[in-house]
Ligand binder design. Structure first.
Ligand code: FES
Length: 276
C-alpha cells in the first residue's frame, strides 16, 4: 500500500541563514545552570583571593614543631613585610606598596595562566560574556570577532603562561616538601596532607594543559620514532580529558589550603598532628 501527502514541503532557509524560528532557543533543559554556577564559582574565588592577598595580610604562614605551612596564595613570599621564615626566596617588594600581593612573583602569572586557559576561556566567554551562553542559544552580542584583535588576541600568550606556571608549581612543590620540617625537625599533620594534595592536583591541572600536550606530542610526524614522547603524550592526553574538572578541583584545593593556613595562623584551632 502506498501513502501520498498533499501537503507542500516546508520552505527551506537559504544556505547559511538561521532557520526562521521566533523562539530565542528551542532548548527546554536548564541550559543556564552552567553559566550561573560558573559566574558564582569564579567570582567567589577571585573575590576571596583579592580579599586575602590584599586586605588580610597577617594570616598566611605558621611554623611550629614539625611543620612549616605557607599558603600558596602568598608563595613565594617576596615582600619586605613577609615573616622571615616564610621568605625563602628573598624579599624585594617594598612593604609600602599598598595593593601589590606578597606573592608578586607568582600570582600575576597564575592569573594569566588561568585567564588564558582554553577551558576558562570557554567558561567565562559563555557565562560572563554570553558569547554564546550555551550551545544552540543565541549569542548575547550582535557582532563576533573571535580572538583576532586586541585584547583577546593576547590569549595567544597562553603557552608562555604555561612555562611560568610550571615554575610556580615547582615553588608550590618546594612548599609542600618544606611543610614537613618545622622548628623542631620532621613532623606530619593534616596541613601536610592538604598541601601535598593541593600540589598533586596543581601538577595534574598544569600538565593536562593543551599547550603542554602540544609541547610533548605536537609537531611530531612519527610517534613510532619517539616512543617516550608518545607515552608521555598518552598520559597527558588522558589527563587532558579531565582538564575542566581539574580546573575546578584546583580552585577548591587552593582555597581549602589557604583557609586552613589562615585559620591556623589566626589561632582559631590547632593543626591535627599525627607525628611530632
Ligand atoms: S591551562 Fe587550560 S589549556 Fe592550558
Amino acid at each position: 500500500m502506498s501513502t501520498t501527502s498533499a501537503q507542500p514541503a516546508p520552505a527551506r532557509a537559504p544556505i547559511g541563514a538561521r532557520a526562521a524560528i521566533s523562539a530565542k532557543t528551542l532548548r527546554t533543559d536548564r541550559w543556564w545552570i552552567e553559566p550561573v554556577y560558573t559566574v558564582v564559582g569564579l567570582s567567589a574565588w577571585l573575590l576571596w583571593g583579592i580579599i586575602h592577598t590584599v586586605f588580610i595580610r597577617n594570616y598566611y604562614f605558621i611554623e611550629g614543631s614539625g611543620f612549616h605551612y605557607l599558603t600558596p596564595f602568598f608563595s613565594p613570599c617576596v615582600s619586605n613585610a613577609c615573616v622571615p621564615a616564610a621568605a625563602e626566596f628573598g624579599t624585594f617588594v617594598p612593604a609600602s606598596w599598598p595593593l601589590v600581593p606578597f606573592a608578586l612573583l607568582s600570582l600575576p602569572f597564575l592569573l594569566l595562566f588561568r585567564l588564558t586557559c582554553y577551558y576558562y576561556r570557554r567558561a567565562y566567554y559563555r557565562s560572563y560574556w554570553l558569547s554564546p551562553p550555551a550551545c544552540a542559544v543565541p549569542d548575547g552580542h550582535k557582532t563576533y570577532t573571535g580572538e583576532t584583535r586586541f585584547p583577546l588576541i593576547m590569549q595567544n600568550l597562553h603557552r608562555y603562561a604555561f612555562y611560568m606556571a610550571v615554575l610556580v608549581s615547582l615553588v608550590n612543590t618546594w612548599d609542600a616538601v618544606r611543610s614537613f620540617w618545622g622548628t623542631d625537625g620532621f613532623g606530619f599533620g593534616l596541613g601536610n596532607i592538604l598541601l601535598v594534595g593541593n600540589v598533586v592536583m596543581l601538577w595534574a591541572y598544569t600538565v593536562s594543559c593543551h599547550s603542554c600536550r602540544h609541547l610533548i606530542g605536537g609537531r611530531l610526524k612519527h610517534f613510532s620514532r619517539h616512543p617516550l614522547r608518545y607515552k608521555a603524550w598518552g598520559v597527558v592526553s588522558r589527563l587532558n580529558a579531565y582538564h575542566k574538572q581539574l580546573a575546578w578541583i584546583t580552585l577548591g584545593t587552593l582555597t581549602l589550603v589557604d583557609l586552613y593556613v589562615l585559620a591556623l595562623s589566626a589561632h582559631w584551632f590547632s593543626d591535627l598532628r599525627f607525628f611530632n
